[in-house]
Ligand binder design. Structure first.
Ligand code: TYD
Length: 374
């Protein structure tokens, strides 16, 4: 089965990428089209706040790549939109997702529409087309475990965001068994990199730090995440699409397990910017995936956290118009709702290994202040 997929998805394949204008989806589109192997991609994206047509600007500016890209604005929960697109491709890779835990606490319904109804509509279309392979490659289903979580650990959703992810994933499994749909599932670790919406920790703190704004650290900042560079994540999903066994789930681990404090310290900004603010409800203490199964399939991450963070900071420094635009519109209302009272109740955070809130994070030259070219 997997060899057949690798062959069928070779040169000239047609792939539908749902959510292909979002953070991880657009990285996937850019990377696959840059291979110049004749692969043709249709992007279906609703262009909510998380999807941004300009994420595909580099592709659209290259005449050869642009000739292999078709962009459709639409909703994966609309059968009339999805059906004809699925009927026209060899595979579907689904990145469409509402992607932020904090927003799922403020507004859960959108998460159910995209994560559950949207996945159901995709699966029904794939079933009707009967030949398309589906890969569900999106942000993580949350669970907490001792050690690293394996694919067979019990799902333990702790926010509306992760509950919607879990439901979508279980729907995929049911379509494999009931209808013989050829589908694989990936669960990604915390992902970061260029084009990341500033609602998430790393881009929020990088962009706030560029502007010398406060950095709102939830609780004690000792929560742990395993950070995965976006091109590694996109590459892993493509690898699973081609080589994964139908019905199987594959974790995509990161390259660096760190506390949030460690991440903040790596930005090398004055620690006095960091505010410890009231915690997120249901905040997962740790999220770390075991990648043994994906490694056995032949995939290894290529980017260290140091290299990935440097590339990310350089990108944000060089692309201020992009992120300033994402921090406009309803951003101020979101920021006020999410952080207004938190920051008002916040306190100066003690820096690592210190009993005083003053001073700088350990390190040499401030990375954020660095000249992107230098
Ligand atoms: P986030 O980027 O929202 O990813 P996730 O919730 O999917 O792990 O958050 C990463 C970690 O950073 C998480 O422990 C929550 C924390 N965090 C803060 O401390 N402050 C913030 O403003 C944000 C957005 C996150």
């Amino acid at each position: 089965m997997s060899d057949a997929n690798a062959a069928r998805l070779g040169a000239g394949a047609r792939i539908l990428v749902t959510g292909g204008a979002g953070f991880i989806g657009s990285a996937y589109v850019r990377d696959v089209l840059a291979r110049a192997d004749g692969t043709r991609i249709t992007v279906l994206d609703k262009l909510t706040y998380a999807g941004n047509r300009s994420n595909l600007a580099a592709v659209e500016a290259d005449p050869e790549q642009a000739s292999r890209l078709r962009f459709v604005q639409g909703d994966i929960a609309e059968p009339g939109t999805v059906g004809p697109l699925v009927a026209d491709v060899d595979a579907v890779v689904n990145f469409a997702a509402e992607s932020h835990v904090d927003r799922s606490i403020l507004d859960p319904e959108a998460f159910l529409r995209t994560g559950v109804i949207g996945v159901h509509v995709l699966l029904e279309s794939v079933r009707a087309a009967s030949f398309a392979r589906t890969a569900r490659g999106d942000a993580p289903v949350r669970y907490v475990a001792e050690g690293r979580s394996t694919e067979t650990d019990r799902l333990d959703p702790r926010s509306p965001y992760s509950a919607a992810k879990a439901a979508g994933e279980l729907l995929v499994q049911s379509y494999v068994v009931t209808h013989g749909v050829d589908a694989v599932v990936t669960r990604g670790s915390n992902t970061y990199g260029p084009f990341h919406h500033p609602e998430k920790l790393i881009p929020l703190f990088v962009t706030n730090a560029i502007d010398d704004l406060e950095l709102p650290m939830y609780g004690d900042g000792l929560q742990q995440r395993d950070w995965l560079f976006v091109t590694d994540h996109a590459g892993a999903i493509d690898h699973v699409l081609r080589h994964g066994a139908s019905g199987e789930t594959y974790n995509v681990p990161g390259s660096a397990e760190m506390t949030n404090r460690d991440v903040i310290a790596a930005l090398l900004k004055p620690w006095s910017l960091v505010r410890t603010v009231p915690d997120r409800p249901g905040h997962d203490r740790r999220y770390a995936l075991d990648g043994t199964k994906l490694a056995a399939l032949g995939w290894r991450n290529r980017t260290s956290f140091a290299d990935g963070l440097a590339a990310t900071i350089d990108w944000f420094r060089a692309n201020e118009p992009w992120w300033r635009a994402t921090k406009s519109g309803d951003w101020d209302a979101y920021y006020e709702r999410q952080y207004g009272s938190r920051l008002a109740a916040g306190q100066a955070a003690l820096r690592p290994g210190s009993s005083s809130g003053a001073g700088s994070a350990p390190g040499a030259a401030p990375a954020i202040a660095r000249d992107p070219a230098g």
